[in-house]
Design a protein. Structure first.
Length: 278
């Protein structure tokens, strides 16, 4: 039976653990939080240390703080403590693995970055570092596919990878539009969920644009509508997020996190089910 060690039991780590257990894997989790035994999913083993968690592990999924020094120290320990055959994967949201594998053997270290929550959202960005072997890349792809995920291999490291960079670009303009009083947070969310969200869930930006050009495809769109969009100047949000924080809290602060998350997950699952059926 495949054994997976989950390092870090925050939102992402616990979601990974749930996914691994649901696929019949032996899962051990370690985290310094005092309530660890109370929050892990059923069937997950609690380990008292990193060394105990990774003992005999086939795969290690790290979900620690987004801090370079922390990851340097942790992966140095993982290389020493995990079996030589274990694949060492990081859920890092922005830090490429090359940055935290200097001075250690990074041939089996790479990024396996999910989108939250990973037990529902299929994407996993598989990003090899400078030392990562091709064998490790393919092993990661097979592993994530066995979990029903959609791994996308990115062949060039860049901070934030692809998904978060796209998300950051849209978020910057969304923040600017709310700060400028053009739209409220609720109405901006309504714009996205009733237009771009639906379109991109089915075809993505490039295929969507290609279809938007009609029979002439992407070329027609670029030569006509594209020209009118080239002069569009996007905004820069304020360095002080307080106004924006207050606006979002006013929009959604009356609802509990658990209620909002349950609604999100239920709707996302419905979208995924619909996509699978077509």
């Amino acid at each position: 039976m495949t054994k997976v060690a989950v390092i870090g039991a925050g939102v992402i780590g616990l979601s990974w653990a749930k996914l691994f257990v649901e696929h019949g894997m032996t899962v051990s989790v370690t985290d310094p939080r005092p309530d660890l035994a109370d929050v892990v999913p059923a069937g997950v083993q609690v380990a008292a240390s990193v060394a105990e968690a990774v003992r005999d592990a086939d795969f290690v999924q790290e979900n620690g703080p987004e801090n370079l020094e922390f990851k340097k120290n942790l992966f140095a320990e993982l290389v020493q403590e995990a079996p030589a055959y274990a694949l060492l994967l990081s859920s890092s949201s922005a830090i490429p693995s090359t940055a935290f594998t200097k001075g250690i053997d990074g041939s089996r270290v790479l990024i396996g970055h999910p989108f939250n929550p990973p037990h529902l959202i299929p994407l996993v960005e598989v990003v090899p570092g400078e030392q990562t072997s091709e064998e490790s890349v393919q092993k990661a792809v097979v592993f994530y596919r066995s979990l029903g995920r959609t791994p996308v291999v990115e062949r060039k490291e860049i901070p934030g990878f692809v998904g978060n960079r796209l998300q950051a670009a849209l978020s910057r303009e969304a923040n600017y539009l709310v700060e400028q009083g053009v739209v409220t947070p609720e109405d901006l969310d309504a714009v996205v969920t009733n237009s771009l969200g639906i379109r991109w869930a089915t075809v993505g930006p490039f295929l969507g644009a290609h279809l938007g050009g009609g029979p002439g495809g992407y070329r027609h769109l670029a030569e006509h509508i594209g020209k009118s969009m080239q002069g569009l100047q996007l905004g820069t949000p304020s360095d002080d997020p307080e106004q924006l924080i207050e606006a979002v809290e006013k929009a959604y602060g009356s609802s509990t996190y658990s209620a909002l998350a349950e609604t999100r997950d239920r709707k996302q699952l419905a979208v995924l089910t619909a996509l699978e059926e077509n």
